[in-house]
Design a protein around this ligand. Structure first.
Ligand code: ADP
Ligand code: MG
Length: 700
C-alpha cells in the first residue's frame, strides 16, 4: 500500500483526520485545538526513554528504604490480575494490579480510586511510573502514574522500535494513545509551510515540519535531557514562530496607532511656570525624565499610549498629575481612572491639595454617588467646568459626556480594557493614554505584554526615604512582632495587620474565621486601641467607612485581608504585620510593604511564616521592586505573576516568557524590520491564523 503524498496545509481543520468525529472535534476545540497546527503544537508532556524502563527482575537490586523511596522508576508490563478490595482499618477502597514484564511480577496499588477498576483490564499493556515501597507482600508501587500502551492483542510493539516514546495528556475522552495516533496521522499528511520566519530567526534551526517531527517522533540520538527541558533547536524553532507572530502583531498595532492623529497639547513658558507652581517638592531625576517623555508625546501630534512604571513609592501619582495638569491647564479635560472608590477619594484629596485654590476644577465621579450628587457631577463634566476628573469605572458609562477629554490616566491596573477604549471611541473620542502599573514588571514581561506601549520607568525613590526594616519570623516568635506594634502605637503611629484570604475573591467562612481569630487576638493584646477590620465580604460603603476611619487616624490598627493592597497612603502607619506570608506572591508582599515607610520615621515590615522561608527571604535581602518582580516571575510564571484576574497574558504552547526572554527580544527586533519593509504573503497568512489563537486583539 502506498501512502498518498502530503497535501494538507497546517491550517486545515482537525476533522480532515480519519479518527476525528464531531465529539472529538468538540473536545479538542474546548481545549483550543482546532487545526492541524494547533494539534501539532501541543507537544508531548514527557518522553519515555526506552533505556530508562527498568526490568522488574532488576528492581529488587535497587536500594529501597523502609520509608518511601523517592526515586521514580518506569516499568512496562502486561496486567495479569486486577482486584478491588476494602481496607479494614480506614475503609478505603484499594485497587491492586499485578503486572508482569516477562522477567517477573510487580504489584501496583492505588487507594480510593475505584474508577480504575473500570479503566484497567487484564491483558492491558501498561507503562507505570512511580516510586517503590516495601509492602506486606514485598516490593510494590503505590499510586503510580500510568499510560495504557495497548489493549489485548493490539499491543503495539512497534512503538518500541524507537528509543523515545512521546506521551500526551488525556483530554476528556481522548486518551493519550489516541492523540499519539492522530499526531502521527497529521504528520504524514501536512505539507511543509512556506518559510515565513526572517533569516535572522530561522538560521540554524530546522524548518517547521522537521521541528514538529523531531518533537513528536524524536530520533534515537536526541538528547533526552534537552527534550525534557524543551531546549532543543526544534523547540526553539516553534517558540520563535509563536513569539515572532506575537511580536509582529504587537508591532503592527503600534505602527497603526502611530499613524493616528493625536490631539496636540500646546506648551508655553507660562504653562511650565504654572505647573511648577503646583509642585510641593522638587521632582526626582526619574520623575523629570518621565514627565519630559510624556510632554514629547502630548505635543507630537500622535496619540500617546505610554506605560509609566516604577517601584512602590517612586511617585507615579505626581507625574500623572503633571500630565493631567498639562492638558487641563490648556483647555482640555483629563480623567484619572482608579480601581476602587477608596482610592478615588484618596487621589481626589491629593489632587485638591496640589491644586490649592484651583481645587474646584476637579470633579470626583463614583458609582455609589447619590442621584442628585451624580447629576451635578455629570453636568460639570459635560460643561467642561470640571477639568480634572477622578473616578472609577463609572467614568465610562454611557451617561457620561465629556466636553473635551484629551487624556486618560489609568492607575494601579496592569491593563486597560479594550472595552473602555471602545466605549470612548463610540463617543468619538481618541484621547491620550497613560497607564500606571501597580508593581514593577520585569522587562521581559513588560516587552511582551506592553510591547505596543512606550515606556517610562521611575527607577529612583524620592529623597529622605528610610529603608524599611524587614523581618521574617516563625509563628512561635510572633510575640516579637506584637511588641513592635505596641512600641509603634505607643509612639503615636498606626499599624497594618494583614491576615490573608487564600483567594480574596472567594472569602469563605473558614477564611473569615481566620481573620476573626486574629481580630480577637489583637483586641485582647491591645484592648484600648481602636481597630478597623476590613475584608472582601463587606458592602462597599461599609468598607469605605472603615478605611476612611483608618486614613483619618480614628482607627489605629487596620486589620485587613488583601483589600489594602492597592494604594492607600497613610504616612503615619509605620508597621505592617503579615500573617501567613507564604500565601502571597513576592511582588504582592513588596507592594504591601510599600504601604509603610511613607513618612519620615523608620518603618517595620514583619512577615510571619513557617513555610517557604527561602522564597520569602528575598524580601529581607532587597527592597528593589524590579529584582523582586523578576524573581517572582521566575518562580510563578507570567499567569500567576499577574494573578488570575489579569487576563490578557498571551498563552503560548511552546514558548515560555521567562525562559525565552532573549528570543522574544530578538523577535521584537526582527518584527520591527519586517513591519518596516512590509510583510510577505506567507507572513500575512500566518499572522492571520495566529491572530485569533494568541488573542492579539486583546493586547492593549
Ligand atoms: P507610587 O509610585 O507608589 O504611586 P506615590 O505617587 O503614592 O507613589 O508617592 C509616594 C509618596 O512620595 C507620596 O507621599 C508622595 O507625596 C511622595 N513624593 C512623590 N514625589 C516626591 C518627590 N519628588 N519628592 C518627595 N516626595 C515625593
Ligand atoms: Mg500609587
Amino acid at each position: 500500500m502506498s501512502t498518498p503524498p502530503p497535501t494538507l496545509p497546517l491550517s486545515a481543520k482537525l476533522t480532515v483526520l480519519r479518527g476525528i468525529g464531531s465529539t472529538f472535534a468538540t473536545v479538542f476545540a474546548e481545549n483550543g485545538i482546532e487545526s492541524l497546527r494547533d494539534l501539532l503544537w501541543s507537544l508531548p508532556y514527557r518522553y519515555i526513554d526506552r533505556g530508562s524502563v527498568v526490568k522488574i527482575a532488576e528492581l529488587d537490586r535497587r536500594p529501597i528504604h523502609a520509608e518511601m523511596n523517592r526515586e521514580i522508576v518506569t516499568v512496562l508490563g502486561v496486567i495479569k490480575d486486577l482486584r478491588q478490595t476494602a481496607t479494614r482499618v480506614q475503609r478505603m477502597t484499594l485497587i491492586e494490579v499485578l503486572i508482569d514484564d516477562g522477567t517477573g511480577p510487580l504489584r501496583l496499588i492505588w487507594f480510593n480510586q475505584s474508577y480504575l477498576a473500570r479503566v484497567l483490564k487484564a491483558g492491558d499493556r501498561i507503562l507505570a511510573f512511580g516510586s517503590l515501597a516495601m509492602g506486606r507482600h514485598g516490593l510494590e508501587m503505590r499510586g503510580p502514574a500510568f499510560e495504557i500502551m495497548g489493549r489485548g492483542t493490539d499491543a503495539p510493539e512497534d512503538l518500541w522500535v524507537r528509543r523515545f516514546l512521546p506521551l500526551y495528556r488525556k483530554m476528556g475522552p481522548i486518551t493519550g494513545r489516541v492523540r499519539q495516533r492522530l499526531v502521527q496521522e497529521a504528520l504524514g499528511k501536512v505539507q511543509t509551510p512556506e518559510e515565513w520566519l526572517p533569516l535572522d530567526l530561522s538560521r540554524g534551526l530546522p524548518d517547521t515540519l522537521s521541528a514538529l517531527r523531531l518533537l513528536h517522533q524524536p530520533v534515537d540520538d536526541s538528547d533526552g535531557n534537552e527534550l525534557e527541558a524543551r531546549a532543543t533547536p526544534a523547540h526553539q524553532r516553534l517558540a520563535a514562530e509563536e513569539l515572532f507572530a506575537f511580536a509582529l502583531g504587537v508591532t503592527l498595532r503600534r505602527a497603526g496607532r502611530l499613524k493616528r492623529r493625536g490631539m496636540v497639547v500646546p506648551t508655553s513658558p507660562e504653562l511650565r511656570e504654572r505647573l511648577r507652581g503646583f509642585l510641593p517638592f522638587h521632582l526626582t531625576g526619574a520623575q523629570r525624565t518621565a514627565f519630559k517623555e510624556i510632554v514629547e508625546d502630548l505635543t507630537s501630534g500622535r496619540v500617546m499610549h505610554r506605560l509609566l512604571q516604577g517601584d512602590v513609592g517612586s511617585g507615579k501619582t505626581l507625574v500623572a498629575f503633571l500630565a493631567m495638569a498639562m492638558v487641563a491647564e490648556t483647555g482640555g479635560q483629563a480623567a484619572l481612572l482608579v480601581p476602587t472608590e477608596v482610592l478615588a477619594r484618596q487621589h481626589a484629596v491629593t489632587f485638591a491639595r496640589l491644586l490649592g485654590e484651583d481645587a474646584p476644577r476637579m470633579q470626583l465621579l463614583l458609582g455609589a454617588m447619590k442621584a442628585a450628587e451624580k447629576r451635578a457631577a455629570l453636568e460639570r463634566i459635560a460643561s467642561g467646568e470640571a477639568r480634572y476628573i477622578v473616578g472609577t469605572h463609572a467614568l465610562f458609562q454611557e451617561s457620561v459626556t465629556f466636553s473635551k477629554l484629551e487624556l486618560v490616566v489609568v492607575d494601579e491596573q496592569h491593563r486597560f480594557g479594550v472595552k473602555q477604549r471602545e466605549a470612548l471611541k463610540g463617543k468619538g473620542l481618541d484621547p491620550h493614554w497613560l497607564v500606571m502599573s501597580a508593581t514593577p514588571i520585569p522587562r521581559s514581561l513588560a516587552l511582551a505584554l506592553f510591547g505596543d506601549l512606550e515606556q517610562s520607568v521611575l527607577d529612583e525613590l524620592p529623597p529622605g526615604r528610610q529603608p524599611i526594616t524587614t523581618r521574617l519570623m516563625d509563628p512561635d516568635d510572633a510575640e516579637r512582632a506584637w511588641d513592635t506594634v505596641e512600641r509603634e502605637l505607643g509612639a503615636g503611629h498606626q499599624a497594618f495587620v494583614v491576615s490573608p484570604a487564600i483567594d480574596p475573591s472567594d472569602e469563605t467562612k473558614v477564611q473569615l474565621r481566620d481573620i476573626q481569630a486574629m481580630e480577637g487576638m489583637i483586641r485582647g493584646r491591645f484592648p484600648e486601641v481602636p481597630i478597623a477590620v476590613v475584608h472582601g465580604r463587606l458592602k462597599a460603603d461599609e468598607l469605605e467607612a472603615r478605611m476612611e476611619a483608618f486614613v483619618k487616624g480614628e482607627a489605629r490598627i487596620l486589620l485587613a485581608t488583601t483589600v489594602i493592597e492597592v494604594g492607600v497612603d497613610v504616612p503615619n502607619a509605620t508597621v505592617m504585620v503579615v500573617d501567613h506570608a507564604e500565601r502571597f506572591g513576592l511582588s504582592q508582599l513588596h507592594q504591601l510593604r510599600g504601604r509603610v515607610g511613607r513618612g519620615k520615621v523608620r518603618s517595620h515590615f514583619l512577615m510571619i511564616s513557617r513555610s517557604e522561608t527561602e522564597r520569602l527571604h528575598v524580601l529581607v535581602e532587597t527592597q528593589d521592586g524590579f529584582r523582586i518582580a523578576q524573581r517572582d516571575l521566575e518562580l510563578r510564571g507570567p499567569g500567576e505573576f499577574f494573578g488570575t484576574r489579569q487576563s490578557g497574558v498571551p498563552q503560548f504552547q511552546v514558548a515560555d516568557l521567562v525562559r525565552d526572554r532573549q528570543l522574544l527580544a530578538r523577535c521584537r527586533e526582527a518584527a520591527e524590520k519586517v513591519a518596516a519593509r512590509g510583510l510577505s504573503e506567507a507572513q500575512l497568512t500566518w499572522l492571520r491564523q495566529e491572530q485569533a489563537r494568541l488573542k492579539l486583539a486583546e493586547i492593549s
